[in-house]
Design a protein around this ligand. Structure first.
Ligand code: A4P
Ligand code: MG
Length: 367
């Protein structure tokens, strides 16, 4: 007997009755034992916001069937409840997906296990967490509770029509550029680097010329708007940036006077919608002390006056930003466990990334 997890969903007709009928038919099947089910929750459609809302649930079953055999039974239950298959992701009476089947990994044309997008859906992960918090995703090798935390309560989907921008975030000296460069080497993809060395105002601001802080921030803002212009980023292809656009507000709040800030914020808000949004953020976390050590080691002259307190404040601001982050999933990496230069650590991260993006070239030949 194998333990498997089934996602149930539907957004047409008596949604509750359909889910309960499907559960009944599962438990009536002589080769399937229904062990337990999560709550049934109402969720917004992932795409096509004009669709009715869904009800979703997750069930734990034990089965003597093969994964293909279980899929056949699920299709039969869907059909018996009146599901008519239309185009992909259209509204439906009932949908039954195999989320996990033991720890098996299957990549066949008619069957992908784990379900290709389960780690992007809070409504699936929360249900799984309620059934078994310690369940491990056999490809990502993370527990469902860690995967749920990455989504911060949101649901996402793989969208090949947008640039597959992966943005690395974290305080100065944490290792963003090293990681972004090493990842782009591994993926053979474009990388975007912050133009700090081209910003003529930056050394002066760090040297204490506060009146130039606004010039410096506006320089960064216009550079980032140009770098992250969606016209320059191919849809469905991975690009890695060594910053997230929203860091601009963090730095502006630290460096600008109230008067400068109000002018800056207006400009920021007016250009914000022009930049590509990341489909995945990677947040690097380390102590301010360790970041300061790296800053001293790399020895950019103008950075040498940076103080511990400034880095601590920045760390707090990043924590705050990601506590409310709704744009995309976030992978948090503690630098005590992760080395940006280590081949094995990079391979681990590359594998995680490929699950959160859709890039035909990468999926066909993963790094
Ligand atoms: N297939 C491959 N892997 C699996 C699997 N692990 N389990 C194949 C089940 N089927 C799998 O599925 C298309 C084909 O996928 C099947 O023939 C099977 O061989 P389908 O059920 O006919 O079509 P679908 O449901 O439109 O596509 P898919 O890929 O199953 O999409 P999902 O993941 O079911 O997403 N919004 C909310 N709020 N709640 C939802 O439940 N669901 C979807 C559909 C979209 N938006 C939603 C929800
Ligand atoms: Mg389905």
């Amino acid at each position: 007997m194998t333990t498997a997890y089934i996602g149930l969903g539907g957004n047409l007709g008596d949604r509750n009755a359909h889910i309960n009928s499907a559960l009944k038919l599962l438990s009536d099947n002589e080769n399937i034992e229904l062990v337990r089910t999560s709550d049934i929750i109402e969720t917004a459609p992932l795409v096509g916001l004009d669709q009715p809302k869904y009800l979703n649930a997750v069930a734990e079953v034990k089965t003597s069937l093969s994964p293909q055999g279980l899929l056949e039974e699920l299709v039969e239950i869907e059909t018996s409840l009146g599901r008519v298959r239309k185009e992909k992701w259209s509204s439906r009476i009932i949908d039954l997906d195999i989320l996990l089947f033991g720890s098996q990994v299957i990549n066949e044309p008619a069957l992908t296990i784990p379900h290709r997008q389960m780690h992007l859906r809070s409504f699936v992960l929360k249900g799984l967490c309620r059934l078994n918090n310690n369940l491990v995703h056999p490809v990502l090798k993370e527990t469902v509770s860690v995967l749920a935390e990455r989504l911060n309560g949101r649901d996402f989907f793989l969208n090949p029509d947008v640039p597959q921008l992966v943005s690395v975030a974290g305080v100065i000296g944490v290792g963003k550029t090293t990681l972004a460069e090493n990842l782009s080497g591994l993926f053979g993809c474009k990388s975007i680097r912050e133009a700090y060395d081209k910003n003529p105002y930056l050394p002066k601001v760090y040297a204490g010329e506060k009146e130039l802080a606004l010039d410096s921030q506006v320089f960064f803002l216009s550079s980032r708007v140009a770098q992250l212009n969606p016209k320059n980023l191919p849809p469905g292809r991975i690009t890695i940036s060594d910053y997230i656009f929203e860091k601009e507000l963090i730095y502006a709040r630290c460096l600008l006077s109230a008067e400068q800030m109000s002018l800056y914020e207006k400009t920021y808000r007016s250009v914000r919608s022009e930049v590509a949004q990341p489909v995945l953020a990677i947040c690097l976390i380390d102590s301010a002390e360790n970041c300061l050590k790296r800053i001293h080691k790399r020895n950019r002259p103008y950075e040498q006056k940076i103080e511990l307190g400034f880095l601590q404040d920045l760390g707090g601001d990043y924590d705050e930003l990601f506590a409310h982050w709704k744009t995309c999933p976030v992978i948090r990496l503690l630098m005590s466990d992760f080395d940006c230069e280590n081949a094995e650590d990079l391979q681990y991260l590359a594998k995680q990334i490929t699950s959160y993006i859709v890039d035909a070239a990468v999926i066909a030949s993963p790094p």
